[in-house]
Write a protein that binds this ligand. Structure first.
Ligand code: NAP
Length: 398
């Protein structure tokens, strides 16, 4: 049984490991990857100061060493209208093909001047500090006084930590050499984190928020004032309650002569960027939102009230999105590959495409931590083996 896995990120490796463990002795796995290196998001997405998360690659290395596993780097699966290997070609040579390509693009805000100089998506910025070959020339200018990050997910908070880190702190990690050089020049005095809903609505997880407490020479401010801990909305859970406790602790901590100030500005949405005559971002105009507390989350309504904040480095971190691939159906609204409940790729009408599967972010959307992909991959691996057995039984009967 010949399996092709496209994409050498965590899902691809979890899947390869599961198939080699539970599949027949005849099963072989060929993994194709567009960069020369394995491990995808673990290598290029996980923050450099999170080495424990990266240690998952020890298990992946064992899969790399498996005698029935081969890794083919520098092999691009054709994107729509682009060059590269097509799924059709792979299907000629493999019994089952599975796409674990992740969500490689970022969501946009859709505001004027979003693509001006020194305005980036977090996807590119994170790729830059993690040494992704596509992003090494991004060259963000950190010799500025005000930076802005839009979004309240873990990627946004990773970027906050990078910008708030001294060269010495990041120098102990595997951050790219060019990003460490840039950190030496960092003159950022204030970072604004723009959050469209309220403090109870953030998507940060607890360890990431708690890590902010380690930045003892950074002042954290919250606007408007944090809501009290004793009147949570109906959807508050352990995570949001713990986050709120840490926010209060940070807000109450007064830092003498802070090296930097990080302002969490809630209930604001960027309206437009303003640029100088060189096209360099200089300010962001936001509109203020009113929140209506619902059962499962708050609903926001934009008001006419606006504010303008200085911003010479602007990073949007509002989630990832899949990239369409040649010959593969693509759901334009969700930015994902359509599939049935088990991960079999379907066309947009729901008809299964025989022998083709999807797993990881392109199956269920860009959510969850690295480990979430293990369950996803194991599920899809089982279905692939079941389908192959069924296919062999049918072929024998015919
Ligand atoms: P995310 O967790 O989905 O967060 C996206 C954030 O962007 C949310 O706060 C969302 O706000 C906001 N947003 C979306 N559209 C917006 C808009 N138009 N204007 C303003 N804000 C907008 O995404 P992520 O941070 O990219 O992370 C992706 C996944 O990777 C997550 O599951 C995350 O936990 C995981 N991850 C984990 C780690 C870790 O474990 N350390 C590190 C990095 C990433 P609303 O809530 O209002 O929609």
């Amino acid at each position: 049984m010949r399996i092709a896995i496209v994409g050498a990120g965590p899902t691809g490796f979890f899947l390869a490991g599961a198939l080699l463990k539970s599949g027949p002795e005849s099963l072989t796995v060929d993994m194709f990857e567009k960069t020369p290196f394995p491990f995808g998001l673990v290598r290029f997405g996980v923050a450099p100061d999170h080495p424990k998360i990266k240690s998952v690659t020890k298990g992946f290395q064992k899969t790399m060493d498996h005698p029935r596993f081969r890794f083919w780097g520098n092999t691009t699966l054709a994107e729509q209208g682009g060059a590269g290997v097509t799924v059709e070609e792979l299907q000629k040579h493999y019994d089952r093909v599975v796409l674990t390509v992740g969500c490689q693009d970022d969501r946009k805000l859709g505001i004027p001047f979003e693509d001006s100089t020194n305005s980036f998506s977090a996807t590119r910025f994170v790729g830059w500090y993690n040494g992704h070959p596509d992003d090494e020339h991004l060259n963000p200018n950190l010799k500025v006084s005000h930076a802005t990050i839009v979004g309240a997910g873990n990627v946004a908070i990773d970027v906050v930590r990078f910008l708030a880190s001294t060269h010495e702190r990041m120098g102990m990690t595997d951050a790219s050499d060019h990003s460490l050089e840039a950190l030496k020049t960092n003159t950022i005095e204030e970072v604004d984190v723009l959050v469209r809903r309220g403090a109870w609505d953030v998507a940060f997880t607890n360890p990431e928020v708690k890590e902010l407490l380690d930045f003892e020479d950074v002042q954290f401010c919250f606007y408007p004032d944090l809501p009290p801990l004793d009147s949570p909305p109906p959807y508050a859970d352990r995570t949001s309650t713990k986050n709120m406790e840490v926010f209060h602790e940070l807000a109450n901590r007064r830092v003498e002569n802070p090296r930097m100030t990080v302002n969490f500005r809630f209930q604001v949405s960027p309206k437009e960027l303003r640029v100088d005559s060189d096209g360099q971002v200089k300010e962001v105009e936001v509109c203020h939102n009113e929140l209506e507390i619902g059962e499962t989350r708050s609903q926001l309504r934009q008001t006419d009230k606006t504010s303008v904040y200085p911003s010479q480095l602007f990073i949007r971190s509002v989630g990832y999105r899949g990239r369409p691939l040649a010959g593969i159906p693509f759901h334009p609204k969700w930015g994902l590959i359509p599939c049935d409940k088990k991960g079999r790729v379907t066309d947009l009408e729901g008809k299964v495409m025989e022998g083709l599967y999807v797993s990881g972010w392109m199956r269920r959307g860009p959510s969850g931590v690295i480990g979430t992909n293990k369950k996803d991959a194991t599920e899809v691996g089982e279905v692939m083996l079941q389908d192959q057995r069924a296919h062999q039984t049918t072929s024998r009967r015919e």
